[in-house]
Structure formats: C-alpha cells, structure tokens
Unconditional design. Sequence first.
Length: 163
Amino acid sequence: MILEELLPQALRIAALLRARGEKIAVADGATGGLIAATLLTVPGALDFFVGGGVVYSLRARDVLFALPREAYKGMRGASEDYALLQARAIRDNLGADWGLAESGSVGGSTHPSGAPAGRSVAALAGPGGEHTRLIETASGDRIANMAAFTRNALALLEQTLAQ
C-alpha cells in the first residue's frame, strides 16, 4: 500500500518540520488526498500538520483558497503559476508556515484545462521561498499517476526542508 511505502519519508518530513518548529497545510488536487494522508500516518501529526483539502472543483477552490476568480485569470491547471497560487493560499488561509499544493491531470478523462494526462506540478511556498516541481509520466493510468504525483510532491517538500 502506498501509505506504508511512504511512511519512512513522512517520518523524515515530520522530523524536519518539528526540528524547525514549522507547520504545513496541504492542497491536494489530482492526488485526491494522498499527500495529506501520507503526512497524517505520522503519530502526533498535529505537531506539524495544520490541515488541508482536496481541490477538485471550482467550489472547493473558492472555499479553501478564498480568492476571487480573477486571481486565476490567464492561469491553467497543472501549471506552475496555478499551483503556486494555491500553495500560498492554503498556507495563508490555514495559518501555516508552509503551503504545499498539487495540480495535475491523472488521466481517464479530459482535464478541463487541456493538460495532458500524466502531468502534475507540485508547488511549495514558505519560509524557504517558493519552489515547484513538474512531473510528466506520459501515462493515462489514473491510479499510477496519483501515486507518482504524490511521490513528486513529497520529494519536493523533503528536499526543500533538508536544504
């Protein structure tokens, strides 16, 4: 199971956040909650995890980020600027030090922005600056892409915190 596979990484991320005295909020997109779920496998996650949500509709986006629709003008899903806007918003709205967001196209259906299946951008905004990481699997395998996108986002988080 992916959560068991990623538990060692989640423990390392938790240790880094705890050592820094920092907290994170997560906006899962095409990952469907797997980023947050992975971090929540760590006992005592309340020490470093504020909360988050799965942003899978315009309504969810409006509620979680509380940004006017104009804030997204000219942006497309599964892009760096879109994911960074979401990372900043989830961080600010939940009062965390870090915001981690993922925006992607997992496949199996047409993405509203036209993004190709297998494309995901993870974005991180916090005290260490702003960072993005793109992954393109060139696959339409929905479940495999959800796992790959989760791994990509967690790798971005761990590498940034370890610097």
